[in-house]
Design a protein around this ligand. Sequence first.
Ligand code: HAM
Length: 496
Amino acid sequence: MTQEKQAEKLQAIKGVRDILPPESALWNRVEQTARDVFATYNFREIRLPVIEHSELFARSVGIETDIVLKEMYTFPDPTVVADRNFLAGMRALRDLHDAYQKNRGYTIARAKEYVAAAFAGLSEGIERAASRLTSLRPEATASVVRAYIEHGMHTLPGDVKLYYIGPMFRRERPQKGRYRQFYQIGAEVLGQSDSPNIDAEVVEMLMAYLERLGLRGTTLYVNSIGNAECRPKYIEVLRQALQSVSARMCEDCQGRAITNPLRVLDCKVEADQPIIEKLPRITDHLCDACRAHFSAFQEQLKQRGIAYEINWRLVRGLDYYMRTTFEITAPGLGAQNAICGGGRYDGLVELLGGPPAKGIGFAIGTDRLVLSLQEVGAGNMKAERKDVTVPVTGNALKADVGKVFIAWMGTASYPTAVKLARRLRAENFIVELPPEETKLKKSLGLADRLGAHYAVLLGEDELASGSYVLRRLADGEQKKLPEPELVGYLKSDRRP
Ligand code: HAM
């Protein structure tokens, strides 16, 4: 082999790349900041396998989606290829062939027997091989849900809040910001509540993270894609509307108009845009419950000072979503400018064989986030040198943060609870803020089971007086303190 050929052979494969120093330091900062910020919202890390049964993605992301149809790296399980039944079938075929060749003992009856045996063995073997196909994960929500079910996490106290960091694999056409091995930082909340307060808190955490990284110029787009009641009806309305216009649209849209009308809304072809703009909008076809959920979500975003735009075309390319969907775009990325996508997926746990549960989450594309930080001048790799002397575990305060549970009572006190949570999180406290109003006794029990050090009791009286009750959970000692003093007290009383 010539030297040239050898060098060619040893290059990284298409769409896959190395992340070298000093850029790797920026990656570490981006990942460490996620750990620090997510921890203050009481998320904990889950480490997941990069390979899963292909069926997991077919059943969650959806058998008809581009990801599952075209983009997964899938391979058979070698032990199944050598499946007993499969081999027995192959043997029966070979015997038949031998008998026929040698014309020894060959009768129609024997041949039928052989063929039947071969067919039974082969079909069972092939079926088993197909059900045991393995894929490199194209995303991680499905794996989180699988793990939630597999480990009975629904029995854990409160909502289960998990984050993950790692590589994903999709066989897409590589371009700037689009790779075949790319990285995500994702977070998921699984539990019994579908309160829009959870949706807003998840988005708040995301924005707090981007702000801490110094990323400017992002846009948050939100939408609601309805539920099992209103979405099918909307899809029908859309299908009807497309009947009269799809002939004037691109070839892809002509197909989608029949097979999957929602995907038409993803079309980027210039000439199709004026047609799409006139199509019926899902926001006008939501059922009452979904409309109320969407408007409460928006109200919560406003209360938290989070700017957003509604994008009625944000239907997302994965099947498991319902109600809230969102995406964030960032500057300096060209066509692949979505740095984050997420949404609600109530019912996915059940779909994968688990107990009834609600879910919502997001995933940030780390490659794109890093690119964008570099573009806006916030990707200073030199600053990272300091982190080498400060432990890479990140925030110096991290080791002694306290966990605070905010027990709010009465809807009027929720906005104050949200503000207090934010203030404490900015001071690196781990704060658990229940999304729904809970009775005091239940709240204190949950705070205890979650291992909180303190509970802040915030009801109408406290709201009126501006002083909140701070209860130390270890010994039940209580103090009534105005907010600034409460924060100061907690800071001085941080415990390991
Ligand atoms: P997704 O929109 O498919 O959602 O991916 C999330 C982010 O991953 C995208 O916004 C983008 O930044 C990044 N990304 C996707 N494909 C590539 C690629 N080929 N190259 C570089 N970056 C890419 C999900 O994966 C959902 N699991 C998100 C989620 C979590 N929804 C609920 N929970």
